[in-house]
Design a protein around this ligand. Structure first.
Ligand code: FES
Length: 340
């Protein structure tokens, strides 16, 4: 297999060379060489990896968005290293120091502003970021260092990007390290966060949306709904929020507020427990009206436990309807989030 030599010129004058295999992206080749080029989404969305190609030929593909790299920037030789596939040897100027490119993901600190407990089901944690508001995409998550435990837990933002006040919806787990810390957490306490992370985020809204939330998997949808409201979206959005017990239905007021803010937003709740007197009992797939699938012209987003992802997949197979896209994030209480 052929490869190309890519020179990376850092702003402190250091040049490093990496071998890029045919078809390989520059960001990946650099990473193999243990060089952490600036990046965030690695998906052509954020523009963080923007560099300048000083020489050489390459293909940028068409999987990135205009916000990340405009036609004008492209014409001026700017590139996204997460999309750039060299077709010859290249020289690239990196707008960062060589030392910065060996660092890991960014961390930031925040101060507890509010801890709102919802029975034994969940906790809403609000933090005030120390410094600039974190940049993230609606749907993404961060790792929170649980104070005093030496452990980290991953949580999706339930707040929208652009504010220094950030929030999370955290499932209460008896004996869990985060749950235990939250019992004594008070305004003014400090926490460290790392991120943002994840490929589960709201894409361009071009067709009806179906949001499927399992338990505290509601969090990223609150962030997405706020982004849609701010954009004055007219698109149809339907949310189905499924939980195990009646008490697990939290932040209903927050969801209801979007019925007023978004003209084509509807939602329903579903409770699984047999003893519940909720009008819709069972699983979300049992309460998914056919019109939600819009004959497949729909983008589906799901955040919930792995069995829910499997059940929804099976539902699509059985119904013979393939949604235009299906983005999901599986979570288990003590494991990292897994997006697809
Ligand atoms: Fe986000 Fe490249 S890392 S566009």
């Amino acid at each position: 297999m052929s490869s190309y030599t890519i020179a990376l010129n850092f702003e402190d004058g250091v040049t490093r060379f990496v071998e890029c295999n045919a078809g390989e992206k520059v960001l990946d080749a650099a990473f193999r060489a243990r060089i952490n080029l600036p990046m965030d989404c690695s998906d052509g969305v954020c523009g963080t990896c923007k560099c300048r190609a000083e020489s050489g030929s390459y293909d940028l593909g068409d999987d990135y968005i205009e916000d990340a790299l405009s036609e004008d920037e492209k014409a001026r030789g700017l590139v996204l290293t997460c999309q750039m596939v060299p077709e010859s040897d290249c020289v690239i100027t990196v707008p960062a120091s060589s030392a910065a490119c060996k660092t890991e993901q960014s961390t930031f600190s925040a101060t507890v502003a509010k801890v709102e407990r919802h029975h034994d089901a969940a906790v809403v944690l609000e933090l005030e970021v120390d410094g600039a508001p974190p940049v993230f995409l609606a749907g993404q998550y961060v790792n929170i260092d649980v104070p005093g435990s030496g452990q980290r837990r991953s949580y999706s933002f339930s707040s929208a990007p652009g504010a220094s006040s950030i929030s999370f919806l955290i499932k209460k787990i008896p004996g869990g390290v985060m749950t235990t810390w939250l019992e004594s957490a008070r305004p003014g306490h400090k926490v460290e966060l790392t991120g943002p992370l994840g490929s589960f985020y709201l894409r361009a809204v071009e067709r009806p949306l179906l949001f499927l939330a399992g338990g505290t998997g509601l969090a990223p949808f609150l962030s997405m709904l706020e982004v849609l409201a701010r954009a004055n979206s007219q698109q149809k959005v339907h949310l189905i929020y499924g939980v195990t017990r009646d008490l697990d239905l939290v932040q209903i007021d927050a969801i209801e507020a979007y019925v007023a803010k978004l003209p084509n937003f509807t939602f329903s709740t579903v409770v699984a427990e047999d003893t519940s007197r909720h009008p819709r009992k069972g699983w979300v797939t049992q309460h998914m009206p056919a019109e939600c699938l819009n004959d497949g012209d729909v983008d589906v987003y799901l955040c919930g436990p792995p069995p829910m992802v499997d059940a929804v997949r099976q539902y699509f197979d059985d119904s013979g309807v393939t949604p235009h896209s299906f983005h999901y994030e599986k979570f288990t209480p003590n494991a990292a989030l897994v997006a697809a």
